[in-house]
Design a protein around this ligand. Sequence first.
Ligand SMILES: Cc1cc2nc3c(=O)[nH]c(=O)nc-3n(C[C@H](O)[C@H](O)[C@H](O)COP(=O)(O)OP(=O)(O)OC[C@H]3O[C@@H](n4cnc5c(N)ncnc54)[C@H](O)[C@@H]3O)c2cc1C
Length: 573
Amino acid sequence: MVFKHDVLIVGAGLAGLRAATEVAGKADVALISKVYPTRSHSGAAQGGIAAALGNEEPDSEEWHTYDTVKGGDYLTDQNAAEILAKDAIRAVYELEHMGVPFNRTPEGKIAQRCFGGHTSNFGQAPVKRICYAADRSGRVIMDTLYFEAVKKGIKIYPEFHVLDLVFRDGQVAGLVAYELATGEVHFFHGRVVLLATGGYGKVYKVTSNAFANTGDGPALVYRQGLPLEDMEFVQFHPTGIYGLGVLITEAARGEGGVLRNTDGERFMERYAPTIKDLAPRDMVSRAIYTEIAAGRGIKGSDYVHLDLTHLGEKKLAERLSDISSFVKIYLGLDPAKDLIPVHPTCHYMMGGIPVNTEGNVTDEKNGIVPGLYAAGECSCISLHGANRLGCNSLLDLVVFGRRAGKNILENLDRLAWTAPPAFPERDSLERIRQLRENKKGERQVVIRRQLQKVMMDGCSVFREEKGLKKVVEALGELEKRANAISIDNKSNRYNTDLIDGLELLNMLPLAEAIAASALNRTESRGAHSREDYPQRDDEHWLKHTLIRRTGQGVSIGEKPVTITRFEPKPRTY
Ligand SMILES: Cc1cc2nc3c(=O)[nH]c(=O)nc-3n(C[C@H](O)[C@H](O)[C@H](O)COP(=O)(O)OP(=O)(O)OC[C@H]3O[C@@H](n4cnc5c(N)ncnc54)[C@H](O)[C@@H]3O)c2cc1C
């Protein structure tokens, strides 16, 4: 079938929902999502959303901007950080007025708590900047925004899996999507496509991310020969449940929890004397690995303990109830009495589809791709630089999702309908045909597991040249094998075997982009830590990486960092 809408938004997480609710009523908008909208990963966000409301103690937009820039190890484009911090206050009150049930102070104001890297007075001490609803902040914001979308009558296509973008003469003409319930492949004709497809933590073995986080949006863009930005910067969250990767929110430390090594020592005091356990995630993850390497993991093993025992049952029940139940269910432990085994888990992608602060997809020279937009975790503004601060993502989604929506409306009249090519579904159908008809190929899960292991072993928290070269080589081999995989299930109804195969074909090129960009950047900055180049090197590397896929492998370009007022300084906490 052919569907036709002015604006096609791919992804019903918070970024897609916020953009869609901005456009609704003023243009014909469709929201397309491969999972049922309210199952998007935004709903799993625990800790909260940052805004310098100053409800519990003095705070300022300027401090928030500074923390975002410093947290990003000065790779942050500072114009974007300024917009984020300034608009945060409006954005949180907007959510409150829509009905988000934030926790309250005794006087009835929105309550706030501490989080990693958020400080007062330019780094002096942790500050209470995070607005939250217990430890299910994403859930309540998602449900509220989804209700807005339904109220506004937005046309939603649930469980439609987008397979390809369709262009004609460099201009967006629409996209191709596979309907899970029927196995039909449809063309969506549109004047604008906005990608809000979220992260791709699933390229790693241990991750906090949902199963759907396979990076389809960036892969679609990359397949068109367009560049991706800063792919080497992958965030590992320090406190994943050991062995599982399920997240224990940083709010656990924001509320007073501490990390301990096998000697019971609160080791973060040595690594970040000022803000200790509330240092940014890249530093805490490295500290954990360093402790483990020095034999101070618990009983010589490869994990450390998160200690919440001193918080008391009341606080745990009121503010950290979800993670308390995770710990009980998955580990059979009681956080009020027991220490929790934790280990870094792949959590967030700083890199992605390059966009400007208005959501337009851009290239190395900041030229705009007509009609193509991106927002949320799949995009790279670059707001989070080399390392995102906790609770700046939910904020990013609602601030920059809305801006993208506004920009789309302002420019819609100038974007003509582009006639699609004669057979827009051709490439997608060909990929599906191959997967169905290959007879003797391997099963996708075998290659998926190897991909995740290769990335975990050679391209996670610490990296070095030899290991990265091996990763790139291994990924090339895996991609060759993946092109010949075959699927067992040949049916047309909810064929998840087929979808898993299609997702694998998206993940492999993205993994290669991460590893090749990491190999290229011969310095250590934020979440990219090279053991063979341990120093940050502003002289050569204060710039963004842009990677493209060409017929002859990858080609790497660059783009300058926008610095408005904070000159790069050594990053200590
Ligand atoms: C466990 C966890 C806890 C977190 N806690 C916090 C927190 O407390 N505070 C904070 O600021 N950040 C937090 N984050 C980060 C934050 O939640 C994410 O960065 C953010 O939710 C991403 O939102 P998004 O709108 O970009 O995408 P998502 O919410 O991931 O949604 C992606 C959407 O794209 C759709 N999609 C993807 N591919 C396709 C396709 N091919 N076709 C059609 N649709 C597609 C999906 O169906 C989905 O609707 C957390 C992340 C995790 C994993």
